[in-house]
Write a protein that binds this ligand. Sequence first.
Ligand code: TRP
Length: 450
Amino acid sequence: MENISSRENFGSKFGIWAVAAGSAVGLGNIWRFPYLTGKNGGAAFIILYLFIVVFIGLSAMLCELAIGRRAQKNSFGAFKLLSPNGKWHYVGLLGVVASFMIFSFYSNVAGWTLEYIWQSVTGAFMGKSNQQLSQSFNLFIANGPRTIFWTLVFMLMTAFIVMSGITKGIEKYSKIMMPALFVIILILDIKALTLEGSNKGLEFLLYPDFSKITAGVVVDALGQAFFSLSLGMGVLITYGSYIGKKDNLGSTALSVSLTDTLVALLAGVMIFPAAFAFGIQADAGPGLAFISLPAIFQQMAGGQVFAFLFFVLLAIAALTSTISLLEVVVAYFVEELKMTRKKATLIAVASMSLLGILSSLSFGPLKEITLFGKTIFDLLEFTSSNLLLPIGGLFIVLFVGWFFTTKELQLELSNNGSLKARFFPVFLFIVKFIAPLAIILVFLNGLGLF
Ligand code: TRP
């Protein structure tokens, strides 16, 4: 057994917030949330989403933080320690595998943001028609060498930060990147709201049309909440293990969920007014960020600067998320396979990059290689987000709800009785009953059985 005191802890409350909110805030907020909102009818979807975050997401997040801090270990080691004779450590292992897969395809999209930062510097999309923009995006993602190059650059940036350690790497850089992210998103929001014709976009965000809410939309919102809050894969177990015994887990979960939701909403406030002002479809789908937004930027005064800021924003958001994904794997390698942090990071990134390269190529040269009609990228996305994530999340809440003793859980959440933790009874009810049920529904929907 290694010495627990040799483990690094986060240095400050602000650091804990920056790191955990950094994981949560990502492409999921700025790219996925707006297009889901657009597709599912605006305000009504947002209200539903808020409801789910408050009543399910928050509790599920608290479960992960509690497991991690209780055990002071990586997600595999945590289950092994808390249930030495059980099979629960497979849940931890599942998280490691899922992080591996998400990291690979997520770095592809993150790499695209680097290409678009470059294009906004050179002014490549200025003066192009919507059709030309869509064409050049499709040509770019099919260009193997170019997308591989950016994927690898992004992975190396992530590796550099993770290799530098918990406080000197992950925490230090998150404390710079998260405030920068807020500054940029606020600048872009102000710009969007001052555009002529932006009112329609705000209306879309503010006036709910509940007739758009169907069972499928509810499940979409649940899945998005899980993805956006980084739940179900042991990211927050791993980060929870670096949280000191005196810190307040309840308020950490609250501030992280609030930040994540706020950034998603701010992304909506940035995108919809701009989209309506320039007559771009709000439900444009995944291409929204890389096709529709450049179309807007190049019609706008100062567009090149705003485009640059937007893609830097996306890249920062993605980077603070990829470091959390890589850390899950690295913490596992370091603690279970006894590697040094440097070696663990290099081996993890080298092997993930192979999958990342295959996944980049699946938009071009390897497009024809499919399984169940899905390309490599789609398979990685589908398997991790729709299968592994809900399965992991389900077992995590079941573990906390039914395996932990109530006493043990209460002690962990109240720092051995020094905090009041008044939310406890409600939390316990959600974790035992509501959350497992909700997750099973997401899962069945993800499989298309619902
Ligand atoms: N939450 C991130 C986003 O919104 C993505 C992410 C990072 C994630 N780590 C995760 C999703 C762990 C699920 C599990 O983009």
